[in-house]
Design a protein around this ligand. Structure first.
Ligand code: PEP
Length: 255
């Protein structure tokens, strides 16, 4: 059964080629790889393309070709049969000083090249403390998606920056409210109904059951835990919750 909930694994700059063989063996044996989008460190992408049906790139450049040493373009990614690109991850925004305008250029070039965009947005700890979460989400959605007309190939990842790699998460209610807010904004400004919104930030085998049942949640983006054995349990939990939801919506309601 294909899942309607997305499970995205962001390996970041982890693992070596030796680790990857083991990893591939384990996850292929334990979970239906069709349901998982793996975003490996770029040089390892070909290993995953051979085995996993859905592969994403962790970052792209905002030009299709040229003298940009070390960069990878959306066109190059697509030519390798990569289908997804993470854009605007907070580590790119923080360490590489990516601006909303650059992220917007990346989003638009990905869409032009038929790459599905996983756009990461979210507030800092301070912004949360100052109750600015909604303001930040709205501004990022407006600036990162400016000029975009087609939304079928966009997934929004709500990733509170303070929750990434910190073993802390918002409350389930807070995640639910942010997801609803993002969907409302997408409807208000872009007239898009039901854009997929996934949650990322310290998802683990301990909290995934609770996270998976948040209303309107369309999946998870897993960073640190995606390179560990617990990723198998995380994926299995998401798939199980999804299957139960699909079965319960198929049961005809009796009056
Ligand atoms: C991420 O890097 O997008 C992420 C969600 O990381 P972690 O799961 O480690 O918090």
């Amino acid at each position: 059964m294909t899942s309607s909930k997305l499970i995205v694994a962001n390996h970041k700059m982890n693992m070596t080629s030796m680790d990857i063989n083991q990893y591939l063996k384990k996850i292929k044996k334990e979970i239906n790889v069709e349901n998982v989008i793996i975003c490996p460190t770029s040089i390892y992408i070909p290993y995953f393309l051979k085995h996993i049906f859905k592969v994403g790139i962790q970052n792209v450049f905002y030009e299709n070709k040229g003298a940009y040493t070390g960069e990878i373009s959306p066109r190059q990614a697509k030519s390798m049969e990569i289908d997804y690109a993470i854009v605007g991850h907070s580590e790119r925004r923080n360490y590489f000083l990516e601006t909303n305008q650059e992220i917007n250029k990346k989003v638009r070039l990905c869409l032009k090249n038929n790459l599905e965009v996983i756009l990461c947005i979210g507030e800092t700890k301070e912004e949360k403390r100052n109750r600015k979460t909604e303001q930040v989400l709205e501004q990022e959605l407006l600036e990162n998606l400016e000029g975009v007309k087609e939304f079928e190939n966009i997934i929004i990842a709500y990733e509170p920056i303070w929750a990434i790699g910190s073993k802390k998460t918002p409350t389930m209610k807070e995640i639910e409210l942010s997801i609803r807010f993002i969907k409302q904004i997408m409807k208000k400004y872009y007239h898009v109904d039901n854009i997929p919104v996934i949650y990322g930030g310290s998802v683990s085998e301990e909290n995934v059951q609770e996270i998976a049942t948040i209303p309107k949640l369309d999946g998870v983006l897993v960073g640190g835990a995606s390179i560990k054995e617990e990723f198998i349990n995380i994926a299995k939990t998401i798939l199980k919750v999804d299957k139960n939801e699909q079965n319960s919506t198929n049961i005809p309601k009796t009056r």
